[in-house]
Design a protein around this ligand. Sequence first.
Ligand code: DUR
Length: 309
Amino acid sequence: SLAQRLSRLPYAILGGLVLIKNPHLDTMEEDILYHLDLGTRTHNLPAMFGDIKFVCVGGSPNRMKAFAQFMHKELGLEGSGEDLADICAGTDRYAMYRTGPVLSISHGMGIPSISIMLHELIKLLHHAKCRDVTIIRIGTSGGLGIEAGSVVITDTAVDASFQPRFEQVVLGDVVVRSTDLDRDLAEELLACSKEVPDFPTLIGHTMCTYDFYEGQGRLDGALCSFSSEKKLEYLKRAHEAGVRNIEMESTAFAAMCGLCGLKAAVVCVALLDRLEGDQIRAPREVLREYQQRPQRLIAAFIRRRLGLH
Ligand code: DUR
């Protein structure tokens, strides 16, 4: 498709701008980004966001606030960063923080939640005339045949049938979009992981599902329609197809960012090995430290990109 060919062009030709694949948007006098509590009439988006170069998204509002505060320190900016304000304070759907050239936003759990946020975030970057933006999802996941606490950099986001596609019903028909992520960015992130050597980091496929329980082959939900043998057979097939972790947002994220010309990556820590169990039993302290691992990797990456080391 034209979109795919455009997104493969070097940045210099596209000018690194965010592409909006919607002809209707130009005809609107005002664009209200309802779930972010921002708008083109009420806010000067180019002044607020025009110089953003890195966008980091993750499920939890508190974690994305902690990431912004951590980035503030890592960038050596003045002040403690403790007082960073929620840019979306007028709504409690999503939370957004900025420090230096870094924007940190929560997306909630699952494809419908991240996709609403991404529609409005991508329009925001477009209205703000941002250029050369790199966007990274930092999240949690269930590992597949890997040690708990490992960090997976996604090379390909696949659906629950292990296919690299994102299917969505549009006007009653299924629209299929590809889930390509930026290969060079994934390799660059893997190289950065050598700078944070105290946890394993690997590249692998990430499987994205519509549910945490039955949809991920868990036996411990309120409903379960399969045996533990069938579960293990499915998870082993996923592993053989190259899947190393399972989460609930990557296919929609890869498809939407790819079509809009954003260089995108997915970096998730595994909270457990799903070949060993379903319940997340690690103590809260251990889980907190696991969740800092993708943040530390991305901080090293951003510092390196900015020549700060
Ligand atoms: N997640 C999973 N499966 C896991 C662990 C984490 O989907 O086993 C991700 C996706 C979702 C949230 O946003 O974390 C659910 O806990």
